[in-house]
Design a protein around this ligand. Sequence first.
Ligand SMILES: NC(=O)c1ccc[n+]([C@@H]2O[C@H](COP(=O)([O-])OP(=O)(O)OC[C@H]3O[C@@H](n4cnc5c(N)ncnc54)[C@H](O)[C@@H]3O)[C@@H](O)[C@H]2O)c1
Length: 344
Amino acid sequence: MKKEKYRYALIGCGFFAQNHLHAWSQNPDVELVATCDVDFEKAKAAAETFGGTAYSSAEKLFANEKLDFVDIATTPPTHKMMVELAAKNGVAAICQKPLAWDMGDAKAMVEAMSDKNLPFMVHENFRFQTPMRKIKEIIDSGAIGRPFFGRICFRTAHDVYSAQSWLVESERMIIVDVAVHLFDLARYFIGEPKTIFTSAHRVNPIIKGEDSATILMHMEDATCIVDASYETRSDHSTYPQTFVIIEGTKGAITLSADYHLQVVSGTSVSNEVIEIPDHGWTSQPWNGIQDSVVNVNKHWIDCLRNAKTPETSGEDTLKLLDITLGAYESINSGQVFTVGSLLK
Ligand SMILES: NC(=O)c1ccc[n+]([C@@H]2O[C@H](COP(=O)([O-])OP(=O)(O)OC[C@H]3O[C@@H](n4cnc5c(N)ncnc54)[C@H](O)[C@@H]3O)[C@@H](O)[C@H]2O)c1
């Protein structure tokens, strides 16, 4: 789909969608045609600031507007309905994570889009953070040899519930909310796991789901530990940063607090602080994540324009979801989950 400007609509104008709206507003390749939210005031406020016509119903939006793609930033229970609406109307879609809470739903969404040959990407943005792109580049350069161990970690006591109250009621919480990103990073840096084992807890009694989870991922020739917590206290808040350790046969990479990156390659050691691009609207402490939205958007447009499959396509996300939902299977059974079981 080669176009000078792509006509898009933003569906779901809540907390995280503000980052989408800001990032798109600086992207010269798109035009915001419409905003949509069941809470019409939110759609209206977004349209007043960023442009387009405001809608309170996605059905009406699709019926009235000619679109090249929709950017879906609603909460997970509505993702399936939105993606199927996009497919029915022949419109490409990018959808926020987690794609779904159920593999059957996710497969139906991917099928609906592929049946119509429509581009479909999941907004899996952690791999698009500037420091993560840099780590991948270093691994691919061979500087640390073959990775055999990883630790990917997101631990904080930041009050995530005041901005995202729906997380309090979510039966499945930190694994679908943040570990999903960490699993994707593990796959990006090291490769696909064969098995996973999860240990998880609810620390904060006011919530329904788990807020602390540790997952052991066993790859062909490597092990990766993914751990996430929303109840980890510290005198220096690093929210919402992800820490990474990748050890290889010739060296190691460590991304620690405040984007400090250390690379050991043979006998050489380098240390730098990764600069996060400032886009004007980005601000601390969210800037690393906000910047990743800019990168996701650029990637999506590149894929549309050059008929490329997105890195985090619907198909690819089924593999990620198999691991993510498999983490809960492991909690429920107390056993190791064999990756791929849910894809059959
Ligand atoms: N990738 C990231 O870093 C990141 C960070 C935070 C949230 N998220 C994801 O973004 C999504 C939204 O989360 P949030 O915290 O912004 O939620 P939110 O509740 O603040 O926003 C969701 C919006 O969708 C609207 N909505 C719900 N049903 C709708 C419908 N049928 N039609 C139109 N609008 C509808 C709601 O009214 C609300 O305004 C989730 O999937 C979440 O996991 C991603």
